[in-house]
Design a protein around this ligand. Structure first.
Ligand SMILES: [Zn+2]
Length: 379
C-alpha cells in the first residue's frame, strides 16, 4: 500500500476552496470577515465561534476545539478516515501517468494563484469602501462622539482635544450580510468613525461605533428586524490586520494598547504612564495573532510566529503594555494577549512587555466610570 502522504490527491485536496467545500458539507450561516468566514459551529452551534480562513486553508472552532485543513474538515463532518476523505474530495485514487500528474499539479497551482488574486481584489475593494465612509466623516468635537466618550467616562477636561483618528458620521447605515453575500440595511444613525492605520501608517480600515445616547452606555442597540438577532454596535470594514487606531501620540518609548477605543482612552486619561502613546488594537485576534492550539495549549498563550499579519509595535517602542478588558472571557482573553506580547518580544529583541487588567469581571472603563482606582497587575 502506497504511503498516504504521497497520494497525489492530497495536494489537490488541499488546494480546494475551503469555503466551497464547507458549502458542500452543508455548513451554513457563515458570514465573510476579511479572509475569514465566521458562523455557528456545525458540531456545537453558537453564533460566531466557528471560522474558516480561506487564505490559509484552515478551520477552527473556539469552543469544541475541532480544527485543521480541508481534509480534516471532511474527516470530521463525514466521520471518515483520511483515505475516504481524499476520495470524498477528489474521487477515487487513480494510477496517473506522469503527464496527468503534472497537469493536475499545474491546475492546483493555478487555483492557488487565482484564489490569492481574488483575496487581494476583495481586500482592495474593502479598503476603498472603508475610505469612502471615512471621507464622509466630520470633525468629532461638539458632536455626539464627544457626548458618547463623556458617557464612557472620558471627560472633556481630561481629554480636551479629540484625535484626528476619530470622526463623526451623522447618518451611517448599518448593513448585514446573509450567507449568500446579499446586503441589507437594518439601521441608520449617528456613529463614531475611527481610522485604522497599517504598520506603514497608511489608512487600511474604518472602525464604526453606532451611537444612541438614550442607551446607558451610549451605544446603539441594533436588532435585525428579520431574525430578531441583536447585532454588535461596532464593526470594522477594510483590512485591519496588523493595524491600530492611533489615538494619542506620546513621543516616548512606551506604548499602551487596549482592544477598544474606550478602554484605550480610559487608560490614557488615567494618565498612569506619562509620555506613553495610546493605540487601540481594534480586535483581540489582531493583538494576539495566530496561536499554537494543540492539545492542552488553549490557554497557554503561545504565538504561532509564522503569522506575519498580526500587530507588532513599531521599532521605537521599548515597552509595550496591553490592557485587558475585564468584560470578556478572562482566561481566553489573557491567553490571546499573552501570545501577542510574546510574539512582539520574540520579534523585537529587547522589548519589555506587560499585561495590565482591571480585575476579574470588570472593564477598566467601568472602573473609571465608578471612580475606583485602577489596579495594575504587572506580569
Ligand atoms: Zn464547535
Amino acid at each position: 500500500m502506497a504511503d498516504l502522504a504521497d497520494d497525489p490527491r492530497r495536494g489537490e485536496a488541499l488546494a480546494k476552496d475551503l469555503h466551497e467545500v464547507a458549502g458542500q458539507l452543508g455548513i451554513g450561516g457563515l458570514v465573510r470577515s476579511g479572509s475569514e468566514w465566521v458562523g455557528p459551529c456545525p458540531e456545537c452551534g453558537g453564533r460566531d465561534r466557528f471560522s474558516l480562513n480561506t487564505r490559509k486553508g484552515v478551520f477552527q472552532c473556539r469552543r469544541c476545539g475541532n480544527a485543521g485543513d480541508v481534509i480534516a474538515l471532511v474527516m470530521w463532518l463525514q466521520r471518515v478516515a483520511f483515505p475516504q476523505a481524499l476520495t470524498w474530495l477528489c474521487g477515487p485514487s487513480q494510477d496517473l501517468s506522469p503527464e496527468e500528474r503534472r497537469a493536475r499539479a499545474a491546475k492546483t497551482a493555478q487555483h492557488a494563484r487565482d484564489r490569492e488574486r481574488a483575496e487581494a481584489q476583495y481586500r482592495a475593494r474593502a479598503i476603498a469602501d472603508a475610505r469612502a465612509i471615512w471621507k464622509q466623516g466630520l470633525p468629532p468635537e461638539d458632536t455626539p462622539v464627544r457626548d458618547y466618550l463623556t458617557r464612557r467616562g472620558i471627560a472633556r477636561d481630561l481629554y480636551p482635544r479629540l484625535p484626528v483618528a476619530l470622526r463623526f458620521h451623522p447618518d451611517l447605515p448599518f448593513m448585514v450580510q446573509d450567507a449568500r453575500g446579499h446586503h441589507r440595511e437594518i439601521h441608520r444613525g449617528p456613529a463614531m468613525l475611527a481610522a485604522v492605520q497599517g504598520p506603514d501608517g497608511r489608512f487600511c480600515a474604518v472602525h464604526r461605533t453606532w451611537i444612541d445616547l438614550a442607551q446607558p452606555k451610549g451605544k446603539a442597540v441594533i436588532a435585525d428586524p428579520l431574525t430578531g438577532e441583536v447585532q454588535p454596535s461596532k464593526k470594522v470594514l477594510g483590512s485591519k490586520k496588523g493595524g491600530a487606531i492611533r489615538l494619542f501620540p506620546g513621543g516616548g518609548p512606551v506604548m499602551v494598547m487596549g482592544e477598544g477605543i474606550e478602554t484605550t482612552l480610559s487608560a490614557c486619561v488615567a494618565g498612569a504612564v506619562p509620555g506613553a502613546s495610546y493605540w487601540a488594537g481594534v480586535d483581540l485576534g489582531n493583538m494576539s495573532g495566530q496561536r499554537q492550539l494543540g492539545k492542552g495549549l488553549r490557554f497557554a498563550g503561545i504565538p504561532d510566529l509564522d503569522d506575519a499579519t498580526a500587530f507588532l509595535p513599531p521599532p521605537w517602542v521599548e515597552r509595550l503594555i496591553y490592557v485587558q478588558d475585564g468584560d470578556s472571557d478572562p482566561k481566553d482573553t489573557r491567553a490571546k494577549l499573552l501570545a501577542g506580547l510574546r510574539r512582539a518580544m520574540a520579534l523585537r529583541p529587547g522589548l519589555k512587555a506587560q499585561l495590565v487588567h482591571a480585575g476579574a469581571g470588570v472593564d477598566l472603563n467601568d472602573v473609571l466610570l465608578r471612580g475606583a482606582p485602577v489596579e495594575g497587575a504587572e506580569e
